[in-house]
Design a protein around this ligand. Structure first.
Ligand SMILES: [Fe+2]
Ligand SMILES: [Fe+2]
Length: 237
């Protein structure tokens, strides 16, 4: 599958896991996707990665757009390995890349991957980083799903890269919520929320309050379909 354009210079470069049937102990009858997104700017930026066993495929997809050794920033919104699994391979190829993450994110990535030579930029909630023409704002959203979670907001394009928030376990060739049956997306989003996020519901409200002021043209989660036509539906549910 080719990269999928979200907006000018912003692409989905994730991977589809057609076979996944169990995730955190709940059945994922429709499989899932690990969504990564590439922003082409003066500083080429990758938002999240995919499970390690799909890393080579993701590198091929990245290579169809850029030379992956030129990646400047890799945003790690969440340490969990379904999102960070390609970091070891990426950091070998993009040797000068800097990983942008939360304070807990840095601790978690260092504890898990034990790499002393990775460059980190640790961000605070509300901090903005310039990519050249565009800017990303980071909002920490602890416990959606682990203490390290954050979301990234591309200000000029009004895209929220929400990682585990607003996700659904759906494997499909379609990438957008107006290309796939909405009732199934909402159903899977509710199931996902109940299993992954709801156990931390007191934190969810705080996170929602933090992202509510942002104008969102698109919500691009870490799993499943990208919300571009029905984002309001899912935020209000
Ligand atoms: Fe997670
Ligand atoms: Fe996840």
């Amino acid at each position: 599958m080719n990269p999928v354009k979200l907006k000018e210079g912003v692409y989905w470069v994730g991977e589809i896991d057609w076979e996944l049937r169990n995730f955190h102990g709940y059945s994922t009858q429709r499989g899932s996707t690990y969504n990564a997104y590439l922003i082409l700017d003066e500083k080429i930026t990758l938002i999240d990665t995919v499970r390690s066993y799909l890393s080579d495929k993701m590198m091929k997809r990245l290579s169809s757009l850029i030379d992956p050794s030129h990646i400047h920033y890799i945003v790690s919104n969440h340490v969990e390995m379904d999102h960070s699994g390609s970091l070891p391979l990426l950091m070998k190829i993009a040797k000068n890349a800097t990983i942008i993450t939360s304070p807990h994110g840095q601790k978690g990535l260092q504890a898990h991957y034990k790499k002393n030579d990775w460059n980190f930029k640790v961000v605070k909630s509300g901090e903005t980083v310039s990519l050249g023409r565009k800017n990303i704002r980071f909002v920490l959203t602890p416990l959606i799903h682990w203490p390290d979670n954050m979301v990234s907001y591309l200000e000029e394009d009004r895209i929220l890269f929400s990682n585990d928030a607003f996700g659904q376990h759906i494997a499909s060739s379609e990438r957008f919520d107006d290309e796939y049956p909405l009732d199934i997306i909402v159903d899977e989003a509710e199931k996902y929320y109940a299993n992954i996020v709801l156990p931390y519901s007191s934190q969810v409200q705080k996170a929602m309050d933090a992202v509510a002021p942002l104008t969102m043209d698109m919500i691009a989660p870490g799993h499943g379909i990208v919300w571009r036509s029905h984002g309001k539906t899912i935020v209000e549910e």
